[in-house]
Design a protein around this ligand. Structure first.
Ligand code: BF8
Ligand code: SF4
Length: 621
């Protein structure tokens, strides 16, 4: 593959060429060495759940049709999928747990670096839990809220409070199907129990629990993470920033924050403004300290502070290849262990901070809330002290950087609309806006980097579908210049008019992947004000380049919430016709939405448009 075949992004292409010239290996090279990939794995028909195995099913029906215990392809595929959902839900929800624990410590005076940024949200969240505000200081309210949120993880019986934000009809459906989640940890643990040898061995039965677990993520863990992070760090509001590798600086100390938890990145952003460290940077010959994000922790600080973003998932290695990164600071999730070797080829310090996550070749600087700001200062100091080691001959920062407008929390969108979803609903009813497309998710070397994201989104806005985005899709869209109000020129006439009237881009950045919960909240608000279910809305979702287990959990809860979702890479389920049919058709009759798989972004857009058109008709629009 040439650099042009690997990515559509010019900045990334340049760094891929630089890597090749320098003999540096990237994910694409490692992908080639994996080819051809194991077809049992691709079809989802291998099982290692006990030590009589590994077992695999012959997809052509000529060899083994059953595992040693008698598990069929249907059972094995369903079990493997359930384990993916469990891992994804666990990742989001364990992140949420840590955010709540930080919040709790803060209320107990043990995490002095943190405070309450959004009191309005604190009070509204507390009221949702029935916590009375009367005669209490906000610290007391916060303490009670922290305990209530923490209890969601260990609950044995539901409801998880935020599921109550869903429209009545949706709640009734979940109850009637027996998939209303009971407690965040309980559902995940039950996935592991059910997939142990000799427990749940009916594909449909297994998958229903998958939906329940995913709901405990979307309306539980992820939503809790979003909400409590807003209380701690502020609810995002529209602001401008810049993205792509060109945000790295020639004369400043470049500090990259990569991973997922703003508990860390917020402190790094603050520490980078510390006068003492700025003075030190000057002493070391640097013009300042430049913090840039990668992946979702980047999205978190982008949304709240306008901190620039250097790239999405497949650009993490390319950022190091610029030769201009003094420190790559990571916490959890989507961090390639390859960064260890790679940073060793440059002067870059690879700093791991999470008690849960270490990688080869890191400097360990464990991060604990009790002394968060001090640790952040030490980390930034390490970066600054590394500046003189930058080898100018190895430095090549691509020029490409792109402006973007970000910060569209559900609250900010409602505010832009004048306080209620009514103007948006009117625009949809009048046909100026055909519907809403939620486009999210990762990069994946199986797709040309950003090709799926950018083309799908462009196609949707051209057809007057307002796009909401999070995660690595949001970064791809930003790099392609779709997150500026001027991008309205690329939209169909109706959407263009609406965007121009409101001064917003046709693609609204709603945050990190846990912030897909913001999309659920927005969808609920629209459905409720129309008096319908989410599955009645002219809305569709897509993950054009997804790769992570978190994305599987997201896909499952988005569909379970009633939104048709198109996947751009094939999930490992094709080894079971029954599971494939259930996911792509059967679920429609069960949950009112289903999945489709379509690697071609133009065709995927068409599937979404057809779906939206169908829903419009059903609503009489
Ligand atoms: O949580 S989109 S590659 S960075 S998993 Fe990872 Fe996928 Fe990016 Fe954020 Ni989400
Ligand atoms: Fe084989 Fe069954 Fe064991 Fe899986 S659980 S490895 S199918 S015997």
């Amino acid at each position: 593959q040439t650099a042009f075949e690997k990515s559509i992004d010019p900045a990334s292409q340049k760094m891929l060429e630089k890597a090749e010239n320098e003999g540096i290996e990237t994910a694409w090279d490692r992908y080639e060495k994996q080819l051809p990939q194991c077809s049992f794995g691709q079809l989802g028909i291998c099982c290692r759940n006990c030590n009589m195995g590994p077992c695999r099913i012959d997809p052509f029906g000529e060899g083994a049709e059953k595992g040693i215990c008698g598990a069929t392809a249907d059972i094995i595929v369903a079990r493997n999928l359930l384990r993916m959902i469990a891992a994804g839900a666990a990742a989001h929800s364990d992140h949420a747990r840590d955010a709540v624990l930080t919040f709790k410590k803060m209320t107990e005076g043990e995490a002095g670096s943190y405070g309450i940024k959004d009191k309005t949200k604190l009070f509204s969240l507390a009221s949702e839990y029935g916590i009375s505000l009367e005669g209490k200081s906000h610290e007391e309210v916060a303490g009670e809220l922290a305990s209530a949120l923490l209890a969601e993880f260990g609950k044995q019986e539901g409801p998880i409070q935020y599921t109550r934000r869903a429209p009545e009809a949706r709640l009734r459906l979940w109850t009637s199907l027996g998939i209303e989640p009971r407690g965040v940890d309980r559902e995940i643990v039950e996935c592991m129990h059910r997939t142990h040898i000799g427990v749940d061995n009916d594909a449909t039965h297994i998958l229903l629990h998958g939906l329940r677990t995913s709901l405990s993520d979307g309306w539980g863990g992820s939503m809790i993470a979003t909400e409590i992070q807003d209380v701690l760090f502020g609810t995002p509001e529209p602001k401008k920033s810049t993205v792509n590798l060109g945000v790295l600086s020639h004369d400043k100390v470049n500090v990259i924050i990569h991973g997922h938890e703003p508990i860390l990145s917020e402190m790094i952003v603050q520490a980078a403004e510390d006068p003492e460290l700025l003075e030190l940077a000057k002493e070391k010959g640097a013009a300042g300290i430049n913090v840039a994000g990668i992946c979702c922790t980047g999205n978190e600080t982008l949304m709240r502070h306008g901190t620039p973003i250097a790239g999405n998932f497949l650009q993490q290695e390319l950022a190091v290849v610029t030769g201009a990164v003094e420190a790559m600071i990571v916490d959890v999730q989507c961090i390639m262990p390859a960064l260890g070797n790679l940073t060793g080829c440059y002067h870059t310090k690879f700093i791991s901070t999470s008690p849960k996550a270490d990688f080869p070749g890191t400097v360990r600087m464990e991060f604990h809330e009790e002394r968060a700001y001090d640790t952040a200062r030490e980390i930034v100091r390490t970066a600054v002290e590394n500046f003189p080691n930058r080898n100018i001959e190895k430095v090549n920062i691509p020029e490409e950087k792109q402006e973007c407008m970000v910060g569209f929390s559900a609250e900010a969108i409602l505010k832009a609309l004048g306080g209620s979803p009514a103007p948006l609903i009117d625009a949809i009813a009048g046909g100026a806006v055909k519907g809403i497309g939620a486009v999210v998710g990762c990069n994946n070397v199986k797709v040309q980097h950003n090709y799926g994201h950018v083309n799908l989104v462009k196609e949707l806005i051209k057809n007057n579908v307002l796009v909401v985005t999070t995660g690595c899709n949001a970064i791809a869209c930003a790099e392609a210049g779709l997150l500026v109000p001027e991008a309205a020129a690329q939209a169909g006439d109706g959407l263009k008019g609406v965007c121009e009237a409101l001064g917003i881009p046709p693609v609204l950045h709603m945050g990190s992947c846990v912030d897909i919960s913001r999309i659920l909240v927005l969808a609920s608000a629209i459905a409720k004000s129309l008096g319908v279910d989410i599955s009645d809305l002219p809305a569709a979702g897509a993950a054009p380049e997804w790769m992570s287990e978190k994305a599987v959990s997201i896909g499952a809860y988005v569909v379970s919430s009633g939104v048709f979702t198109v996947l751009g890479t094939v999930p490992p389920v094709l080894g079971s016709q029954a599971v494939t049919a259930l996911l792509t058709k059967g679920l429609d009759n069960v949950i009112g939405a289903s999945f489709a798989v379509e690697p071609d972004p133009f065709k995927a857009a068409n599937l979404m448009l057809e779906h939206i058109e169908g829903k419009r008709k059903a609503l009489g629009l």
